[in-house]
Design a protein around this ligand. Sequence first.
Ligand SMILES: Cc1cc2nc3c(=O)[nH]c(=O)nc-3n(C[C@H](O)[C@H](O)[C@H](O)COP(=O)(O)OP(=O)(O)OC[C@H]3O[C@@H](n4cnc5c(N)ncnc54)[C@H](O)[C@@H]3O)c2cc1C
Length: 450
Amino acid sequence: MDADVIVIGAGVAGLVTADRLAAAGRRVLVLEARDRVGGRTLTVPVPGFPGHVVDQGGQWAGPGQDLLYKELARFGLETYPQQYGGGAALVLFRGRARRYTGRIPKLDPLTLADVGQTQLRFDRLARTVDLAAPWRTPRAGELDGQTFESWLRRVCWTERGRDFFRTACEAVFATVPANLSLLHALFYAASGTSLEHLITTTGGAQQDRVAAGMGTLAVRLAAQLGDRIRLDSPVRAITQDADGVRVRTDDAEFAASRVVVAVPPTLAGRIAYRPAMPPRRDQLTQRVPHGGIIKCHAVYAEPFWRADGLSAECASDRGPVKVAFDATPPGEGSPGILLAFLDGPESLRLGELPYEQRREEVLRSLARYVGPQAMDAVAFLERDWNAEEWTRGCYGAHLPPGAWTQVGAALREPVGRLHWAGTETAERWCGYIDGAISSGERAAAEILAA
Ligand SMILES: Cc1cc2nc3c(=O)[nH]c(=O)nc-3n(C[C@H](O)[C@H](O)[C@H](O)COP(=O)(O)OP(=O)(O)OC[C@H]3O[C@@H](n4cnc5c(N)ncnc54)[C@H](O)[C@@H]3O)c2cc1C
């Protein structure tokens, strides 16, 4: 045996799995397809501003993500508030820009009332979801038999109200509500406290950033594991029998007693298994598509929008940039940085444009929010997660109608000697880094108990 346990994937989930197993005295080997660790987290330097970084993948932590804060503290990684620069947020709906402070976006009174009543009904339903087994939720069949979009059309009175939720849905799920099972939307919101919590900065999921970059967490976890991690090792096939498991990469084969597959379910479905996966598990991996994200950073000599009283937290019903934030690092000599998300189906269209054209569209979109100075970026960074072979879209998986109730039970259920980790398997904070950590802890506990 090359190891007691092989962990596939060195994202946060796989690294936490390996970390906990190593701490319990198990011999672990981590096989990672990329030439780096961290998966959907990645911190990169800002060109022209030495010592400053941005996160091209997951970046925020917020209240309720206790495991994430604990893990950050373990490595001495400090956080600072997203809103440290102060200023007003901005909504640009139907071409009209309005500034606001506090949690409630400034929309016209009728739209606001509609958003309020819809949110109340959504929250009431979300509270009924069984997080451990969404398919056992009361009226699961009915909730899973419709899309979030069809529910919005029935429950939300106004087109403006529906557009508010469509924008929120794209910001949270990186896809349009027509692609989501209502049960999935409810599960995901409840898993991360509430839909409002998921779209809120201060007091919500976008509250804090990591000074050294969120991607540093994976790098620190990996440093503990040392040469137990093998990079550039995409796993192609897994064979299991009564004696153990054999895992094949392009150039080697490894044997272990058990395996933890810590990759998103749609990528897990691209590995060849012998014997073949049970039908329910295989059909699950056919029904867990990813959303779409290109994450862009426009860099300026200084955060000029602050002088105008803006926080650069912006949302609009019109793209291409429907959501933007201030990504200015703290500290002296720091550049001003705007973070722009291109999300949902639009990210596929924009991904097909030449770089210059995409940059132009993004900057023009930002100028609508913070003024024409946005056109004068001194640097522009982008990461198209849709084009990353070992991620294939973001932020993560969403389940279409029928998937939770028909095949959802296979999401975490071990298959012989194979166990499943990854944020998509988490009950709490599914889709988030905190969920990746809890999934790794759960998978490690399963192995130790087996
Ligand atoms: C742009 C963006 C913004 C985000 N923002 C936030 C945020 O602000 N806060 C937050 O909490 N979350 C955020 N997320 C989500 C968060 O990053 C993820 O939930 C989390 O990182 C997932 O970790 P994971 O280990 O489950 O999966 P991954 O990070 O996807 O790790 C899986 C690993 O497996 C590897 N792999 C895949 N297939 C194979 C194979 N066949 N063989 C070997 N290795 C393989 C991959 O290369 C990868 O390293 C964001 C994600 C993105 C992309």
